[in-house]
Design a protein around this ligand. Structure first.
Ligand SMILES: NC(=O)C1=CN([C@@H]2O[C@H](COP(=O)(O)OP(=O)(O)OC[C@H]3O[C@@H](n4cnc5c(N)ncnc54)[C@H](OP(=O)(O)O)[C@@H]3O)[C@@H](O)[C@H]2O)C=CC1
Ligand SMILES: CC(=O)N[C@@H](CCC(=O)OP(=O)(O)O)C(=O)O
Length: 350
């Protein structure tokens, strides 16, 4: 790129993913936010709903009009609910925009599988083929120069980054994988619901969508590609009374005995040069607070010689590496910039 900044627009800028995109993009040296967009609040200042952005974002919210977006922007992030992107993204591509979609709509390559899990009509198969699945550390090379990037799911990101090196090396039995995942409440978005309001979630801890979560086909699609044969997983999600953070705890049988130190070495080699994956030393397990508000994914291991299984623990911030941060990482990869541009912020602690 020349010295000129890339102009970006954000549809769904009033949601948690959208507002986090704004926070990071404001500090991105190669980018200018030219439009913050809302379907329901066009014409009003974004600061009406988000006073924390006062004096920082002075624009009014724009409406969802693909032709108007194309007049202003080069790239658009769609931080919109699943089902919305299916209809909107083709219109945005049609007017010449590059799109990075944060929803689940373009992640599943088989339309019938998408419809079975998401209960929405799938996008047309041509676009499903065109969309590049933007799990940055694994498929980053495919993102460069592409027009449509499908940002991975939050649980899928933590889980896949935790499993892929061991599966790829043939160290774990693909038929034995069990995933026990927990998320903070912001993962459900800004809208209120009975399951996520304060009295229901405070001092509570509950499983939900057991064996029915929409990230199961996404995780299985990628693991099957890596494995070369179909992989199915047992996947249970839980809601934790905290705002941000995902911990994915994964259990798998080892094909041959390996030590914690060998796992650490394997993973450090696999992720060499990828700044946002931090592999903990033997006997050190990550906590969600250690990646809070950052784009890091931290991974630790515990081999159990007694059972022949390994436990892999992976943590991310769902709103950052699980959504807005990885979307910006994909923008960087799309544009051929260093993938860390605008993203190298330390986690917030405590
Ligand atoms: N929260 C998270 O941790 C993660 C979220 N995701 C995915 O990212 C997407 C955004 O999530 P999140 O920000 O949490 O969701 P929110 O519910 O917080 O925000 C979604 C936004 O989409 C906008 N919207 C709703 N309907 C339409 C429409 N018809 N046209 C245009 N915009 C619309 C709404 O704003 P308005 O009415 O003002 O337009 C709303 O602010 C979702 O698909 C979600 O599944 C993925 C990974 C993690
Ligand atoms: C805590 C919580 O409710 N999390 C959401 C994650 C939503 C999400 O990321 O949705 P898509 O990736 O499918 O778009 C859930 O479990 O459905």
């Amino acid at each position: 790129m020349s010295g000129e900044k890339v102009k970006v627009a954000i549809v769904g800028s009033t949601g948690y993913g959208g507002v986090e995109l704004i926070r990071f993009l404001l500090g991105h040296p190669n980018v200018e936010i030219v439009s913050v967009i809302s379907a329901s609040s066009a014409g009003v200042p974004i600061t009406d709903g988000f006073p924390h952005l006062s004096e920082i974002v002075t624009q009014n919210l724009d409406g969802v009009n693909p032709a108007e977006i194309a007049e202003k922007a080069d790239v658009v992030f769609t931080a919109t609910p699943s089902g919305v992107s299916t209809r909107l993204v083709p219109q945005l591509l049609e007017v010449g925009l590059k799109v990075i979609d944060l929803s689940g709509d373009f992640r599943i390559k088989d339309g019938a599988t998408y419809e079975a899990w998401y209960k929405h009509e799938a996008p047309e198969s041509k676009l499903l083929e065109q969309a590049v699945y933007g799990l940055s550390e694994i498929y980053g090379d495919d993102v460069h120069g592409k027009d449509l990037i499908s940002n991975p799911g939050c649980y899928s990101t933590a889980t896949l980054l935790g499993l892929i090196p061991a599966l790829n090396a043939g160290w774990i039995d693909p038929s034995s994988i069990i995933i026990d995942a927990k998320s903070g409440v912001s993962g459900a978005g800004r809208g209120t619901s009975l399951t996520s309001h304060y009295a229901e979630i405070n001092e509570n801890f509950k499983a939900y969508k057991v064996n029915k979560h929409q990230h199961i086909p996404e995780i299985e699609q990628v693991l099957s590609n890596i494995n070369g044969e179909p992989v199915t997983v047992t996947f249970t999600t839980h809601l934790v009374p905290m705002t941000r953070g995902i911990m994915s705890t994964m259990y798998a049988g080892m094909k041959e005995a390996h030590t914690d130190e060998e796992f650490v070495k394997l993973y450090r080699q696999y992720y060499e040069g990828r700044s946002f994956v931090r592999v903990r030393g033997a006997g050190k397990w990550p906590a969600t607070k250690e990646v809070f508000c950052s784009n890091y994914c931290d991974i630790g291991f515990a081999v159990d010689e007694r059972t022949g299984r390994v436990t892999i623990i992976s943590v991310i911030d769902n709103v950052v590496k699980g959504a807005a941060g990885q979307a910006i990482q994909n923008l960087n990869l799309m544009m051929g910039w260093d993938e860390t541009t605008g993203l190298k912020l330390s986690p917030v602690y405590p």
